[in-house]
Design a protein around this ligand. Structure first.
Ligand SMILES: N[C@@H](CCC(=O)N[C@@H](CS)C(=O)NCC(=O)O)C(=O)O
Length: 191
């Protein structure tokens, strides 16, 4: 059985929840209180961070690595395109995720100046999505799962309006039709 050390509010955990749901995998959840982290969390991950995935004796932190592990361990349905170049383009987005998370977390810390930098990053994603349905390519996949949690939170928690980015807004709607993403929207709405 798979176990996910999880926190509702954590967007990195949301990445993994989305992939688990897309793969239709059953798992147990251990909710970790991020404001009062249990000491044993450091045994699961020396950095003390969630998410951590556990499968028997195998313990794996880091959301991007967990998503890749789930994809390799449970290849159906595939969440990377078959074409190596398309797959590499998706992986490049995940690799360069800091370009979005940098201004996102700066804005969360109250640095209003970061709003423009975040807008620039949203515009970059918007331009990409004007030419393809999903960040992963033609189909929903890991790059989408990697970015959506922050875009959803930017809208609901940071007052970011996606109106200026129509292709991005359409992507959010398109992805939101999937149960995996709708569950995340519902979690945010319940907060
Ligand atoms: N690089 C990690 C980041 C995970 C992360 O920052 N998780 C946050 C919650 S959203 C956390 O556990 N924070 C506690 C801490 O940093 O001490 C990943 O991708 O899984």
């Amino acid at each position: 059985m798979l176990t996910l050390y999880d926190a509702d509010r954590c967007p990195y955990c949301a990445r993994v929840r989305i992939v688990l749901a897309e793969k239709g995998l059953q798992y147990e959840t251990v909710v970790v209180d991020l404001d009062d982290r249990p000491a044993w969390m450091y045994e699961k991950n020396p950095l003390g961070r969630v998410p951590v995935l556990e499968e028997g004796a195998f313990v794996l932190p880091e959301s991007a690595v967990i998503m890749e592990y789930l994809e390799e361990r449970h290849p159906e349905p595939p969440l990377w395109p078959a074409d190596p170049a398309e797959r590499a383009a998706g992986r490049l987005l995940v690799e360069r995720f800091d370009q979005l998370s940098g201004p996102y977390y700066a804005l969360r810390r109250g640095e209003e100046a970061a709003r423009e930098r975040l807008g620039d990053q949203l515009a970059r994603l918007d331009a990409l999505l004007a030419g393809q349905l999903f960040l992963t390519g033609r189909d929903f996949g890991i790059a989408d799962a990697a970015y959506l949690p922050w875009i959803l939170r930017a809208e609901s928690m940071l007052g970011v309006d996606l109106e200026a980015h129509p292709a991005l807004a359409e992507w959010v709607d398109r992805a939101g039709e999937r149960p995996s993403v709708a569950a995340e929207t519902a979690l945010l709405a319940a907060r």
